[in-house]
Ligand binder design. Structure first.
Ligand code: SAM
Length: 206
């Protein structure tokens, strides 16, 4: 998979929007590793939750030009940047400013991707409406992720797949348990140590 060009972005814009980092690229690498699996699903709709600069959904859209791509972010400036990244890379995409996927009523996606705010912090550090919303994950670094997990049965098509980035501090085994309660199987697609952080991408499917 190609990494989208981001030359249109001014470095100063990353004071307000999450700058693509090792976690972003691990997710792209995981999607690339699973490319044949995703292709076989012939996805009609793909959603990236928390798209930030748009590097991941941009890469997905370039690899799947016939899939209808959508993204959300709680950060309005991230929605604008995602839209620009898509357009700069000739990807057609809708970028919507919302909490997770909450406003998509009765809409199911074939692929959902999420690189969440995963750093363990105090709960009060979550949802403060600034750049810290990009990384502050609250208790176990999972407060935002867990809210999405409970939405997945209503947002993911029966044959769909969720790609989720976690770190070991998030206790992935608990995430696997939550998803198995909803009937999802899981697999680790890729893992990588980045400095003192063990990052992994899990996929969930039925
Ligand atoms: C770790 S960053 C990942 C950004 C981008 N996907 C990437 O990998 O480079 C997490 C993103 O989730 C967004 N976010 C945090 N809480 C959210 C929520 N409740 N709903 C939607 N997006 C959220 C942040 O604004 C940020 O853009």
């Amino acid at each position: 998979m190609e990494t989208p060009y981001q030359n249109h972005i001014d470095k100063a814009d990353f004071d307000h929007v999450y700058e693509p980092s090792e976690d972003s690229f691990l997710l792209i690498d995981a999607l690339e590793k699973d490319l044949e699996y995703v292709k076989a699903k012939n996805p009609t709709f793909c959603l990236e939750v928390g798209s930030g600069s748009g590097v991941i959904i941009g890469a997905f859209g370039m690899a799947f030009p016939y899939t209808i791509c959508m993204s959300t972010d709680i950060n309005f400036k991230a929605c604008i940047m995602t839209k620009q990244t898509a357009s700069f890379n000739k990807v057609i995409l809708d970028s919507v400013n919302m909490d997770l996927a909450s406003l998509f009523i009765d809409k199911k996606f074939d692929v959902i991707i999420f690189n969440p705010p995963y750093v363990v912090t105090a709960t009060e550090e979550c949802r403060v409406n600034d750049i810290s919303d990009s990384w502050a994950g609250g208790v176990k670094g999972r407060e935002v992720t867990d809210r999405l997990l409970h939405m997945i049965p209503k947002k993911l098509a029966d044959h769909g797949v969720l790609y989720l980035l976690l770190i070991e501090d998030n206790i992935p085994v608990e995430v696997i348990q939550i998803m198995s309660m909803y009937g999802f199987k899981s697999e680790t697609v890729l893992r990588r140590r980045v400095r003192n952080e063990q990052q992994l991408v899990l996929k969930f499917y039925k």
